[in-house]
Design a protein around this ligand. Structure first.
Ligand SMILES: [Zn+2]
Length: 118
């Protein structure tokens, strides 16, 4: 059933295929070790690669990898402050939770409710 047209069409398609995959797979630098990691991992782990995130998690919360200032910078980056967003506070709380901050149950509930509304 195969024709020459089929084959040339196929060859053309694979030629056009390059490594521009999902933007979430784009490699970005880790804020801790500056190694590259997929964007989706960095977003999930508060701009850490999975290795640094594991190390962060394995430390006691009192020690912490980040200084207060560093943490705030990360949180603001994740939350995307700067764009005018009336729900910015909710994004901040969400980002803080993802960065490992302990939020009160009220705070956790509030950001979830606020972001669901959007
Ligand atoms: Zn890292």
């Amino acid at each position: 059933m195969k024709t020459f047209d089929d084959r040339s069409g196929k060859a053309k398609a694979s030629e056009g295929h390059k490594e521009y995959g999902n933007p979430e797979d784009e490699l970005m630098p880790c804020s801790e070790c500056h190694g590259s990691a997929p964007r989706k991992v960095l977003v999930m782990f508060g701009s850490l690669c999975s290795g640094c995130y594991e190390r962060y998690r394995n430390r006691s919360t009192d020690v912490g990898v980040f200084t207060h200032q560093e943490k705030r910078a990360i949180v603001e980056k994740i939350a995307g402050i700067g764009r005018s967003d009336s729900k910015a506070w909710a994004h901040i709380l969400k980002a803080r939770e993802k960065a490992g901050d302990r939020l009160s149950s009220l705070q956790r509930r509030m950001w979830r409710e606020a972001l669901r509304e959007q």
